[in-house]
Ligand binder design. Structure first.
Ligand SMILES: *[C@@H]1O[C@H](CO)[C@@H](O)[C@H](O)[C@H]1NC(C)=O
Length: 164
């Protein structure tokens, strides 16, 4: 039995070093993901934009359906691109497990305004902060539950959620 330990350790290290590569990506708890993201929204990918030549990630234009958190953050920092669209960067980030989208995908996005060290490339963009989440009633309820646990958060009216 003792001889198996190095092998087990190696497997654990390999799984962590290559997030998502073997389908068992270690994702942080939802509560933690919600806390780390200043903005959580549902939206549909309308267009794949530029690829970041340094980070090897790409950005997308996303039509927002609903803010679960941080609508004021987006409004204040003039991140809106013509009414109800935002640009989200960081797709393909190897630090994020589920990090890929195609045009037409509707997801829950956990994002933060791009910090200044990512300017000018990502100026006025939101950056993906953790894995994309599929829109199901259960997922929405779980995310809302995390947001509601915090004092001082507000909800926006609920437009109909498009089918996934
Ligand atoms: C997510 O946001 C937190 C800050 O809230 C930051 O420390 C962390 O590095 C971000 N993760 C990614 C993958 O950008």
């Amino acid at each position: 039995m003792a001889r198996l330990w190095p092998l087990l350790l190696l497997l654990v290290v390999a799984a962590r070093a290559r997030p998502g590569a073997d389908g068992t990506c270690p994702e942080r708890a939802l509560e933690r993901r919600e806390e780390e993201a200043n903005v959580v929204l549902t939206g549909t990918v309308e267009e794949i934009l530029n690829v970041d030549p340094v980070q090897h990630t790409y950005s997308c234009k996303v039509r927002v359906w609903r803010y679960l958190k941080g609508k004021d953050v987006v409004a204040q920092e003039s991140l809106l691109d013509g009414g109800n669209k935002v640009v989200i960067g960081g797709f393909g980030d190897p630090l994020i497990c589920d990090n890929q989208v195609s045009t037409g995908d509707t997801r829950i996005f956990f994002v933060n305004p791009a910090p200044p060290y990512l300017w000018p490339a990502h100026r006025n963009e939101l950056m993906l902060n953790s894995s994309l989440m599929r829109i199901t009633l259960r997922n929405l309820e779980e995310v809302e539950h995390c947001v509601e646990d915090k004092p001082g958060t507000h909800f926006t009216p609920v437009p109909p959620t498009p089918p996934d």
